[in-house]
Write a protein of this length. Structure first.
Length: 314
C-alpha cells in the first residue's frame, strides 16, 4: 500500500502545487487559465494522437471498454439522481446535475497522468479508446436530460432537442481532443510511422501533458471551493469515489477485460469529478454550489481513495 501511495501522491502533490501558486498570489489565476488552455488545446491532443498512432490494440474490442465504463456510469448517475430528488427533495434539474457530478470523471486532466504513471502505455491505449466517446456521451446525456428536466419544471423555455444535438455535434467537431484522436486513428490505420524530428517534437509535447494538466487543474480549483449543498455534495462525492469505480470494476470482470485495461478504466473512474459538471451548471444556471462542492470534496479525498483503488487492483 505504501508503494502504491508513492505513485499516487505525486499526482495530487502537483494539483496542490497549482492551488498554492494561485492561492498565495504567487501567480494570478489567469496563468492557470492559460495553462489549462494549452493543455486542452495542444499537449493532451498531441498525447492522444501519439498514443493512438502507435497503439497495439491486441485485437481487443473497444466495445468491452465502453460497455464496462458506461454501465458503471449508468448505475452511478441513477443513484445520484434518485438520492438528490428522493432523499434530499431537490428538483429534477438538480437531480440531473447530481448525476453528472457523481459520474463525470476528470479523465483528461487527472485520469491521463494517473493511468500513465501507474498502468503505463497499455493503460493509455485503453483510456484513449474510452476518451474517443467519453466527452460526447456524457455531454449529450447531461444536456438532453437537463433539457427534459427544464421542460418538466417549466423553469424556462426549453431549447429544441434537434438544435441542442446539432449544437453539441458542431462543438465536438471542433474539440481538440476529438481532432487529436481522429488524427491518431488516421495515422494508425494508414500505417504511417512516427519518426525523425516530427517524432521528437510530438514526444516532447506529449511529455508536457501530464504535469501541466495537474498543475492547471490545481490552479483552477481556487475558483470552486465549498459553496453550499454540502450534504448532497458529500453523497455525490461518495458515489463518485466508491460506487462508480466499484461498478466499473464489476462490469470489467463480467466482460473479461484484461488486467491493464481494467486497471486503466477503473482508476479513471476513481479520479475526482471533472470540471464539466461546473460547466453544465453554468450553462443551465442551476446547481453551482453542488457542482463546486463535489469537485472540491472529491479532489481533497482523491489522494486516499485513488490509492485504495490502485492497491485493490494490485
Amino acid at each position: 500500500m505504501f508503494d502504491i501511495a508513492l505513485n499516487v501522491v505525486p499526482i495530487f502533490a502537483l494539483i496542490m502545487l497549482g492551488w498554492l501558486l494561485v492561492r498565495t498570489g504567487y501567480l494570478p489565476v489567469t496563468v492557470g487559465e492559460a495553462l489549462g488552455e494549452f493543455v486542452f488545446r495542444v499537449a493532451v491532443p498531441v498525447l492522444l494522437f501519439r498514443t493512438i498512432a502507435e497503439a497495439d490494440f491486441s485485437d481487443q474490442s473497444p466495445w468491452s471498454i465502453w460497455v464496462a465504463y458506461f454501465g458503471g456510469v449508468a448505475v452511478t448517475w441513477t443513484a445520484g439522481h434518485l438520492t438528490a430528488t428522493r432523499l434530499f427533495g431537490r428538483d429534477a434539474r438538480i437531480g440531473v446535475l447530481a448525476g453528472v457530478s457523481s459520474a463525470f470523471a476528470n479523465s483528461v486532466f487527472i485520469g491521463l497522468p494517473l493511468v500513465s504513471r501507474i498502468v503505463g502505455e497499455e493503460g493509455l491505449v485503453a483510456l484513449s479508446i474510452l476518451l474517443s466517446v467519453h466527452l460526447p456521451v456524457m455531454m449529450v446525456a447531461g444536456s438532453v436530460l437537463m433539457e427534459r428536466a427544464e421542460r418538466r419544471e417549466g423553469s424556462r423555455p426549453a431549447q429544441s432537442m434537434a438544435l441542442l444535438v446539432i449544437g453539441i455535434g458542431k462543438s465536438l467537431l471542433k474539440n481538440p481532443l476529438v481532432i487529436g484522436l481522429a488524427a491518431g486513428a488516421l495515422f494508425h490505420t494508414g500505417g504511417v510511422p512516427l519518426g525523425g524530428p516530427f517524432k521528437v517534437v510530438v514526444d516532447q509535447l506529449a511529455a508536457l501533458a501530464a504535469p501541466a494538466a495537474l498543475v492547471s487543474i490545481g490552479m483552477a480549483l481556487v475558483k470552486y471551493g465549498l459553496r453550499g449543498n454540502i450534504r448532497p455534495a458529500m453523497a455525490m462525492s461518495a458515489f463518485k469515489l466508491f460506487l462508480l469505480p466499484a461498478a466499473v470494476y464489476l462490469f470489467s470482470r463480467l466482460l473479461g477485460l484484461g488486467p491493464e485495461w481494467t486497471a486503466a478504466i477503473v482508476l479513471t473512474s476513481a479520479v475526482p469529478t471533472g470540471v464539466n459538471a461546473w460547466l453544465l451548471a453554468n450553462h443551465f444556471s442551476v446547481g453551482h454550489g453542488l457542482a463546486s462542492s463535489t469537485i472540491t470534496l472529491t479532489t481533497a479525498a482523491g489522494v486516499f481513495t485513488v490509492s485504495f483503488w490502485a492497491w485493490l487492483l494490485g
